[in-house]
Design a binder for this molecule. Structure first.
Ligand code: FAD
Ligand code: NAI
Length: 462
């Protein structure tokens, strides 16, 4: 029986990064994957294909609506959706093959098939038994189902089907005003679909700072997206014409019907802890089916660890990757660590939304005294030159010490801009530290500096 120091279950960003880091540290490593290609949700059906389509649809939208403002005429615009989808497939394949290459380079053994923990230090993969001193569960997550709305991945789709449509829907109804709904909704809106988002709460993206979420909603409405907040879907019926949804106020009340030709179900994701053999191995799960771990990613069973979407915390690829590195280092006897106070998150719509650290609501709830510094992109020269002036940078700093506590950006390339503020939080910087750094002109990053200045009431360009 082949024996490994570390056997990782799942090759998503958590699993494959863990496998590579463990191999770099001199351990004998295998990674089991039941999908035909490596890279998990992120590379195959998540981050990468969605960003490929967001980029393509953004280009299409710019050619249709923005080029003429720059004095560029393109004649009659056409959409070759089959080519757009094929390009997305090429981007995915380049990334998944990249992981294969990295496994070969680092001598990580790829075990093909479904893995199951069969006993202490034992894993079966595709019927073959392996011994492992350490087992890392990195089996990820899957779309959360909704009672009364049966997914067929053709007309009622999850994100997976929503990234594979063969024609632009006339009316796409999205259930859930979260990250997936707004990113994939944006793709199809830009390509010409009417998009209606049905959200249970009275606001979109509940994890965002409320002021940013409200401004984001206004921008999306300006782009033509429609929102039905405080509403819930109680049934979905397939008809010849498409799908008929029954919608009610969240608190109950009169029901009405909405017709859609495609419905995207995006009400969250749940841990894939089933099918890995956790219960038989005696590994404890929490009330939401996530694998319970301590601060060092250890489960209650010696030699079994877990990381990524299958444990608690934000379901983000970079969070899974950092946990993969940390657990590999802990297994190798080093001091692996993840700072959960400095994990950025980005919504890749246009404008983008990015945040790190705490929201205003969280600070209020914790009774922390804070100051706010804000700067709008309308006052930033580069944003004006780009024609992308929607949004603002918002910085939250401790009122007494000036330490940065949170940063939230709605605007062009917010995802790139948040890196500076993530670094600042990681290094325990103050708003004044950021304000004193020289930022190149003319760049969008000057809005970050100005927001930091604004926290001290001394922005220059406002
Ligand atoms: P996963 O990537 O889910 O990988 C788990 C792997 O384990 C899968 O390949 C699965 O087949 C395999 N597996 C499960 N059980 C077994 C078994 N028993 N045996 C063998 N293999 C098994 N995050 C971001 O940070 N940025 C984004 O832009 C972003 N966009 C997203 C867009 C979409 C549409 C979706 C759905 C998600 C997106 N995410 C994004 C979230 C991101 O994909 C996840 O947080 C990330 O993939 C989690 O990594 P993971 O390694 O924990 O699990
Ligand atoms: P989400 O948690 O972001 O949003 C789900 C939304 O659905 C919430 O607003 C919630 O209030 C609402 N909702 C829940 N039940 C509902 C119901 N019955 N009817 C109507 N609305 C309902 O989940 P989503 O969008 O499915 O994404 C899952 C996760 O995937 C994200 O939380 C994120 O971690 C990850 N992801 C990250 C991306 C990124 O980093 N750019 C992109 C896409 C996904």
């Amino acid at each position: 029986m082949a024996e490994f120091d570390v056997l990782v279950i799942g090759s998503g960003p958590g699993g494959y990064v863990c496998a590579i880091r463990a191999a770099q540290l001199g351990l004998k490593v295998a990674c089991a994957e039941k999908r035909a290609t490596l890279g998990g949700t992120c590379l195959n059906i998540g981050c990468i294909p969605s960003k490929a389509l967001l980029q393509s649809s953004e280009n299409f939208h710019a050619a249709q609506h923005q080029f003429s403002d720059h004095g560029i005429g393109v004649g009659e615009l056409t959409l070759d959706l089959a080519r757009m989808m094929a390009r997305k497939g090429e981007v995915v394949a380049a990334n998944t093959k990249g992981v294969e290459f990295l496994f070969r380079k680092n001598k990580v053994t790829w075990l093909k098939g479904e893995a199951r923990i069969t006993g202490p230090g034992r894993v079966s993969v595709g019927g073959e038994e392996y011994a492992a001193k350490n087992i890392v569960i990195a089996s990820g997550s899957e779309s959360t189902p909704l009672k009364g709305v049966e997914v067929d991945e053709k007309r009622i789709v999850t994100s997976t089907g929503g990234l594979e449509l063969s024609e632009v829907p006339k009316h796409l109804v999205v259930i859930g005003g979260g990250v997936i709904g707004l990113e994939i909704g944006s793709v199809w809106r830009r390509l010409g679909a009417e998009v209606t988002v049905i959200e249970f709460l009275d606001r979109i993206v509940p994890t965002l700072d409320a002021e940013v979420a409200k401004a984001f909603e206004r921008v999306l409405v300006k782009q033509g997206m429609k929102f039905r907040l405080s509403s819930k879907v109680t049934a979905a019926k397939l008809t010849n014409a498409g799908v008929t949804l029954t919608v009610e106020p969240s608190k109950g009340g009169a029901a009405e019907e909405i017709m859609a030709d495609i419905v995207l179900l995006a009400i969250g994701r749940r841990a894939t802890s089933d099918g890995v053999g956790v219960t038989e191995a005696g590994v404890e799960l929490d009330e939401r089916g996530r694998v319970k771990v301590d601060a060092h990613f250890a489960t209650n069973v010696a030699g079994i660890w877990a990381i990524g979407d299958v444990i608690a915390g934000p379901m983000l690829a970079h969070k899974a990757e950092d946990e993969g590195v940390a657990v590999a280092e802990i297994i190798a006897g080093q001091a692996g660590h993840v700072n959960y106070e400095a994990i950025p998150s980005v919504i890749y719509t246009w404008p983008e939304v990015a945040s790190v650290g705490r929201s205003e609501e969280e600070l209020k709830a914790d009774g922390v005294a804070y100051v706010v510094g804000k700067f709008p992109f309308t006052a930033n020269g580069r944003a004006r030159a780009m024609g992308d002036t929607d949004g603002f940078v918002k910085i939250l700093a401790d009122k007494t010490t000036d330490r940065l506590l949170g940063a939230h950006i709605l605007g062009p390339d917010a995802g790139g801009l948040i890196a500076e503020l993530t670094t600042a939080i990681e290094f325990g910087a103050s708003a004044e530290d950021v304000a004193r750094i020289c930022h190149a002109h003319p760049t969008l990053s000057e809005a970050v500096k100005e927001a930091a200045l604004a926290a001290e009431g001394r922005a220059i360009h406002m």
